[in-house]
Design a protein around this ligand. Structure first.
Ligand code: AMP
Length: 399
């Protein structure tokens, strides 16, 4: 079975075509600058790059170029589009209506539209990709895989905010959580690596990247997570603020004359380790600057690891017993120093990283000492494969 996975942003589109018989990526690509001058498609197969530089005024045109690239005689990997059995789409927000990946129907589309209020940039972009596939690949099933769905198992004590309950009832204001596809992949993979049934697995999944979230997983299900109504809550991130006293926001808006739109931009794009350091949102740059003596870069890194400690320790107490603390995402998989700094202080609970074993990037490894009370692991995430797996499963069930 061949599954195309599509992840649309407002002006970009990433895709991967999987041969699910072997769970192999046949080809992957990226379309940039959709609707902007200079649009281009870059497709990668093994070490070869195929580049199309042409105007693409909207997502339909972008998807059309993706299809042409897939069947291109020289650079493509299939001879006809009918070889694609289904398309899996990444969607960001499905709110409370969507608790699992779903074959697209009117009910799913209604939920996507309803929760656009909390994901105004992402849900409409994801929908554009879907619309293009419906138009250009009629009859091929489309499946939506949501960032929020995995977290719908959280109990009310972890998802409700301390504000008047009517805002939850009337407006749906609550924690939804994100990166669910990655946390689900990590849960399944860790269970497999530890030889446990998913239903018996308790882990702390740390997805640390440009956007970061930590999830407490109890009995294979999301129990609590650090992101909230939107991906702004929780850890300090590349350019997102993460947690702070909500009064900071009202103070700044009143005293600096900042509008809600500008505030949203400030909190999402100009804050985080970038805002604190004034150097970069990229952790490699921050580590380099800190080494050269840049104090603010060091403070930004220190805030990041301090908050990660708080979430990990808090979540361990919430779920009682933990099989593993798992690091993933660009930082979690690659930053040897950050993993060590985050777990420094956990020795008092009998949890310890082995420096030699920690000297790894990506893959799937146990990095704790043999007698550490809780295993510490590095597991590379693969959200696209998770989307392809869910898509395959649903399409097969629907046959
Ligand atoms: P992601 O959003 O998961 O792609 O992660 C991107 C983040 O991972 C960026 O902030 C990168 O700086 C960070 N990253 C990637 N490689 C490394 C590395 N070797 N050391 C530290 N951070 C890294």
């Amino acid at each position: 079975m061949k599954i195309l996975v599509i992840n649309c942003g407002s002006s970009s589109l990433k895709y991967q075509l999987f041969n699910m018989d072997k769970e192999e990526v046949m080809v992957k690509g990226l379309v940039e600058r959709i609707g902007i001058e200079g649009s281009r498609l870059i497709q990668e197969k093994d070490d070869d790059k195929y580049i199309i530089e042409e105007s693409m005024k909207d997502h339909t045109e972008a998807v059309s170029h993706v299809f042409n690239a897939l069947v291109d005689k020289e650079n493509g990997v299939i001879s006809e589009l009918s070889e694609i059995d289904a398309v899996g789409h990444r969607f960001v927000h499905g709110g409370e209506k969507i608790t699992a990946s779903s074959i697209i129907n009117d009910e799913v589309k209604d939920a996507i539209n309803e929760y656009t209020k909390f994901a105004p940039l992402h849900n409409p972009a994801n929908l554009m990709g879907l619309k293009a596939c419906e138009e250009l690949l009629p009859g091929t099933p489309n499946v939506a895989v949501f960032d929020t769905a995995f977290h719908q198992t959280m109990p009310s004590k972890t998802f409700l905010y301390g504000i008047d309950y009517k805002y939850y009832e009337e407006d749906g204001i609550r924690k939804y959580g994100f990166h669910g596809t990655s946390h689900k992949f990590i849960t399944n993979k860790t269970a497999e690596l530890l030889g446990k049934d998913v239903e018996d697995l308790n882990i702390i999944s740390c997805h640390l990247g440009n956007g970061s979230s930590i999830t407490a997983i109890k009995n294979g299900k999301s129990y609590d997570t650090s992101m909230g109504l939107t991906p702004l809550e929780g850890l300090i991130m590349g350019t997102r603020s993460g947690d702070m006293d909500p009064a900071v926001i009202t103070y700044l808006m009143e005293n600096k004359n900042i509008s809600p739109k500008d505030m949203e931009n400030l909190l999402n794009k100009e804050s985080g380790v970038y805002g604190v350091s004034g150097v970069s949102s990229d952790f490699r740059d921050l580590e380099d600057s800190a080494k050269e003596g840049n104090e603010r870069a060091q403070i930004a890194l220190d805030i990041f690891q301090t908050r990660a400690k708080r979430y990990i320790a808090g979540y361990m107490a919430e779920i009682g017993s933990v099989d593993a603390i798992v690091f993933t995402g660009g930082i979690g998989e690659n930053s040897i120093n950050m993993r060590k700094d985050i777990l420094d202080g956990f020795q008092q609970f009998g949890i310890e990283i082995d420096d030699e074993k920690n000297n790894v990037r990506g893959g799937a490894h146990v990095i704790s000492t043999d007698d550490s009370k809780v295993k510490v692991m590095v597991v590379a995430t693969n959200e696209e494969l998770m989307i392809a797996r869910d898509t395959k499963e649903l399409v097969e069930l629907d046959k």
